[in-house]
Design a protein around this ligand. Structure first.
Ligand SMILES: Nc1ncnc2c1ncn2[C@@H]1O[C@H](COP(=O)(O)OP(=O)(O)OP(=O)(O)O)[C@@H](O)[C@H]1O
Length: 394
């Protein structure tokens, strides 16, 4: 299966002031299942259309293996039918007057594949996608999920090197979506096809893809495995976009004395001076306890929301609101005061440019000191010392 390489790929539509795709560079390896993830209008579909060849790039390059298929600079544009790339859209566009088998057979006929081979390939792909029993039905006689599988079968029958899927599950109800996700995973394992999948649903991306490329406003924000994207977001946008409930962001300001102290001490260990504006922690990383100690912050329980087998608890820390999620039934009531432990290794710090400060285990090894009032506040200890405050004052 081919490798797809995008180099500084850019698309500016006539009349738009901002590029829809802005200098995107990434590689989709052979057999990879990559999801382009981002909010509506961030340029995901435009990238897919350029890879498929139904949209020309404005600048940059697309290569399939070593072959450049689109480059204005090199005056090169290889048409869609010569790229061996299949595209499945949100609406599957099945031919309504053709049976399932004729729909699946359609691309093979265009390729003038001999009749016997066509029959064998259609039967093979229909049975793998579990639609063989519907071979003689028309699309209107199928459920949404079955139609979806026919659309995928039609693409897979022509054996594309790369399969591009543009939110193909968006028209399905929740149960069917789940079934189809499992189907897509199975399909990827069975066929080993390189898949590029577009979604704005972070849960879908996390459950399906080997690699996620997060986009915002036409620009690639981060590329990595689902675990990397979740645990080591490169900036605030990625941190906030991934995760439900959302990551908690706490603005570092003087009223959060303990957090300010902690951040100062952690960041002071970095080789260069770094400033943090915001501290963040995922909801499931907060630990609630009855007993207060030097490592906890007092918080109020504002709301306890059951979500079916798990709970989301809204907490207040002065004027900040935080969310904690847990699989254990909470033993507290709304309105009670509890103590929250924020483990140092779970904390993220973002600078003024919203980039995440990369800290190693050594920098974060403050577990014995966390939030302790014994920590000297650099500002209070020496108000004249301008080198000390590693946390920018709000
Ligand atoms: N033919 C076009 N002419 C002008 N602008 C366009 C055209 N197609 C897309 N755009 C603009 O380009 C930007 C990116 O659109 P695109 O469809 O790639 O986003 P997307 O991330 O796929 O969004 P969605 O998730 O809503 O489908 C949008 O601002 C859109 O308005």
């Amino acid at each position: 299966m081919p490798t797809i390489t995008l180099t500084n790929l850019t698309k500016c539509y006539d009349g738009n002031t901002e590029p829809s795709v802005d200098q995107v560079s990434l590689t989709v390896e052979d057999g990879e299942f990559m999801c382009l993830l981002g909010p509506s209008g961030c340029g995901k579909t435009t990238i897919l259309r350029m890879i498929a060849g139904i949209e020309h790039s404005t600048s940059g390059e697309i290569a399939v293996d070593d072959l450049v298929v689109d480059s204005v600079h090199q005056s090169c544009f290889i048409p869609p039918e010569k790229r061996r790339i299949g595209l499945v859209f949100q609406n599957y566009a099945l031919w309504p007057h053709m049976t399932v088998e004729r729909n699946v057979d359609f691309g093979l006929r265009l390729q003038k594949v001999p009749a016997q081979e066509r029959k064998e390939r259609c039967v093979d792909v229909m049975s793998k996608l579990r639609i063989l029993e519907y071979a003689d039905r028309y699309p209107s006689q199928l459920s949404g999920g079955q139609q979806q599988r026919v659309a995928l079968a039609r693409m897979l029958a022509v054996n594309p090197g790369v399969l591009l899927l543009d939110e193909p599950l968006s028209n399905l109800d929740a149960t069917l979506r789940l079934e189809m996700r499992a189907e897509l995973r199975r399909l990827h394992q069975t066929f080993g096809t390189t898949i590029i999948f577009v979604s704005h649903d972070q849960w879908e991306a996390m459950t399906l893809a080997n690699t996620i490329a997060v986009m915002n406003k036409g620009q690639l924000q981060q590329i990595g495995t689902p675990d990397e994207i979740y645990a080591e977001p490169s900036n605030r946008f990625v941190a906030e976009f991934i995760g439900n409930p959302k990551i908690n962001l706490i603005k570092l300001k003087e009223s959060n004395d303990e957090l300010m102290n902690l951040a100062s001490h952690i960041l002071a260990r970095l080789p260069e001076s770094k400033f943090a504006d915001v501290c963040a922690i995922r909801p499931e990383e907060i630990i609630l306890t009855d007993t207060a100690n030097a490592n906890t912050l007092p918080m109020n329980i504002e709301n306890i929301m059951p979500t079916g087998g798990s709970w989301v608890i809204e907490l207040s820390l002065d004027e900040d609101r935080l969310f904690h999620s847990t699989q254990s039934r909470p033993k507290w009531r709304e309105g009670e005061q509890i103590n929250a432990y924020l483990p140092t290794h779970s904390l993220h710090f973002f600078d003024h440019d919203e980039k995440r400060l990369v800290l190693s285990e050594t920098h974060l090894d403050y577990s014995h000191l966390l939030l302790s009032s014994a920590l000297p506040n650099p500002k209070k200890a020496n108000p004249k010392n301008t080198n000390q405050p590693f946390v920018k004052q709000a």
